[in-house]
Design a binder for this molecule. Structure first.
Ligand SMILES: [Mg+2]
Length: 390
């Protein structure tokens, strides 16, 4: 038996970079295409160090890092392989917040385990290397001549189809200042061109103002034969009652639970008949440990779990479960090269990251399995700090 690596230090490196031809829409929440615009972004790399010299590392957003700060001291001296107790303790420690730190820490611990055993995560999880069908998950609709009309979306879907994608997801326009008819027209237009050729998905990302407008969109999805619709309106994606009601009135399967956290809330949502597909994410739902718990709970209900967003960790999880359909390759746009920081070497989650049949694959290196590009990260670094140390 290998000796357990003990956690000796938790550190964070923060970097800044710019996305080309990307801006923000009217409410500053949605990234959209904007020719010539440069959008400044900040990101971090969380590192958990051990007494064996193995370092678990994972790119993280600022909110999650604030969480990690609160429990960093607790981690010092812990057995880095004791993921279950660390999951449960950090979940308890962060219960007043969004609990994003639970996932960031857990993914670093899985990275440590993979590096210790010299195996990629999917092999530690009992998975196998297999094609993972990806959907092109678009940037939000814009007013800038990118994805501005239903024909723009249809042209982009055609481009994706020719590249090999067999599934396409719309993130629509800013509905606070637009109207539901525009969204309905888009759905019907896509349905006419692609029903039977591509699985069509739509995610209003909780932006539709009210239940009535959400219902109009749901009925359009029925008419256009959509595969799923997701987070329709401004309840925030959390009302079990409202989504059960919508499910009674709309035939198109619904994908909820992106905006609730961890295993227990997901199971409650399923038991309340409030979703068809189950959303989970390693980043939001307690890491690999948390996402696998939700995947297996969903399996027990006979339901599929759909992982939120791209990244190598989701490729490993998807390679290790039966009950799932698609890898979310996003956010993509016909006129934007990338919406991500290039922190990984030899890894591609941009539009052209698929093979000719629309698939991606889990990486084979130890742990998360893709080396971080520390030359790039150091060149863009703006801060470095130790959150806790033995
Ligand atoms: Mg979503």
């Amino acid at each position: 038996m290998k000796a357990s690596p003990k956690i000796t230090k938790v550190s964070v490196t923060t970097f800044e970079h710019e996305l080309e031809n990307v801006g923000k829409d009217y409410n500053t929440f949605n990234m959209v295409y904007e020719a010539g615009s440069k959008l400044k972004q900040q990101g971090s790399i969380l590192q958990i160090h051990t007494d064996q010299g193995i370092v678990g590392e994972f790119p993280a957003g600022g909110q999650g890092i604030l969480d990690v700060q609160q429990v960093a001291e607790y981690l010092i001296g812990k057995d880095a392989l004791a993921r279950e107790s660390i999951y449960n303790d950090t979940k308890r420690g962060l219960r007043h917040g969004a609990m994003l730190g639970v996932g960031l820490i857990d993914v670093c611990l899985w990275d440590i385990a993979g590096k210790l055993y010299d195996e990629p995560l999917y092999r530690l999880l009992g998975g196998e290397k297999k094609p993972l069908p990806a959907y092109a998950s678009t940037l939000h609709g814009d007013e800038n001549g990118g994805l501005t009309t239903p024909q723009d979306f249809a042209d982009f879907a055609e481009q994706c189809y020719e590249m090999g994608y067999r599934s396409f997801k719309v993130h629509g326009w800013g509905l606070a200042r637009s109207n539901i008819q525009r969204e309905v027209d888009n759905v019907l237009h896509l349905g006419k061109q692609f029903e039977g050729r591509m699985d069509l998905l739509i995610d209003p990302a909780c932006e539709i103002k009210n239940f009535g407008d959400a219902l109009k969109l749901g009925r359009a999805c029925d008419e256009a034969g959509f595969f799923w619709w997701e987070d329709p309106y401004q309840d925030g994606g959390v009302s079990q009652f409202a989504h059960r009601k919508l499910r009674q009135m709309v035939k198109t399967p619904m994908l909820q639970t992106e905006h609730i956290r961890l295993l227990e809330q997901h199971v409650d949502f399923i038991v309340a008949d409030a979703t068809d597909y189950v959303r989970a994410g390693a980043h939001e739902d307690g890491g690999v440990t948390g996402a696998m718990k939700i995947a297996h709970a969903s399996e027990g209900f006979g339901l599929d779990v759909e992982l939120h967003g791209p990244g190598p960790v989701h490729r490993h999880i998807m390679s290790s479960i039966r009950n799932t359909n698609f890898f979310e390759l996003g956010l993509v746009h016909p006129k934007v090269k990338t919406t991500k920081a290039p922190v990984y070497l030899g890894y591609n989650d941009d539009l052209d990251g698929i093979d000719s049949e629309g698939n991606v694959y889990a990486p084979d290196g130890p742990g998360i399995g893709v080396p971080l590009d520390w030359d790039w990260i150091r060149a863009h670094q703006v801060d470095e700090g130790v959150l806790a140390e033995a």
